[in-house]
Design a protein around this ligand. Sequence first.
Ligand SMILES: [Fe+2]
Length: 346
Amino acid sequence: MLERLSASRRWGLVVALTAVAVGAASLFALRAGAQGDALVVYSARKYQLVEELFREYGQLRGIEVKFITDDGAPLVARLRAEGRNSPADVLMTVDAGDLWRAQSAGLLQPAKSATLDANIPAHLRDPDGHWYGLSIRARTIAYAAQRVKPEDLSSYAALGEPRWKGRLCLRSGKHVYNQSLVAILIAEHGEAATERIVRSWVANLATAPFSNDTLLLEAIAAGQCDVGIVNSYYLGRLQAERPGFPVALRWADQAGSGVHVNISGAGITRFARNRAEALRFLEWLSTPAIQARFAGANFEFAANPGVEPPPVVAAWGPFRQNVINVGKAGELQPAAVRLMDRAGWK
Ligand SMILES: [Fe+2]
């Protein structure tokens, strides 16, 4: 039905520069040709992953959906600076920590939605409804399919064992995905044990940390290292582009707490001008058909547990996920950053 509507109307995509300088952020306005109040989204999720869905929602509702894209931290800073003058109705991020920080700074308001509470599992949302996970990003172990036996891999901590000396690749410790992973390890094991784990990883590094997960996966494929920690969707992209890409995934901590998951998610801003539409928009994003596309476009897992992943993703097999509330990643991130610094994770 959405596709039919989409094809039956003509759309203009207006890419406008904002009147004020906003750093790297760009403003996109998707015009629906109707007169309801616009919905404004600040999105850390990349343009190409959200544009089609945002346009479709605008068409469905007969409104204009305007959005800017930037990294999560600058978007949160911008919301804070704008205060009650912010035009934003929705903040969308690719890490729970950013949502948690926005909430802590009083920049979000509770949604209070039975639909969202029913569609999104409790560990993927704020208990008071300030933010909701919309897709799951699993951070787990990647390995060289031809050089490593999967049964030799188990927990995150075991990547610090001597057998992986000079064989481990990591992404930069400055990146929020790793900071969230370490924050969750702190929540489970405490600071002292987590510091021992992180130090053992650093001691096993084959080479300096990489600036992104794709380079890390390429390094495993090229034989620079044998194992690493990545978000699974980066491998999904590579496998879809290059069938036979010689790297596989092992689901971490299956005998323990389960795979560390983070979210791409969203919340309604404290000073939203169009609160009702923002709520309706989040509810729409949580429905199964939209969930499949929101997550599937990037080889992620839907937050709504009733949604099947695309074949490339399903091929990795099922896994048990850690059900600690993802908000912990935000709460414990400052401690994680200090710990990683002490342990020498560059
Ligand atoms: Fe990512």
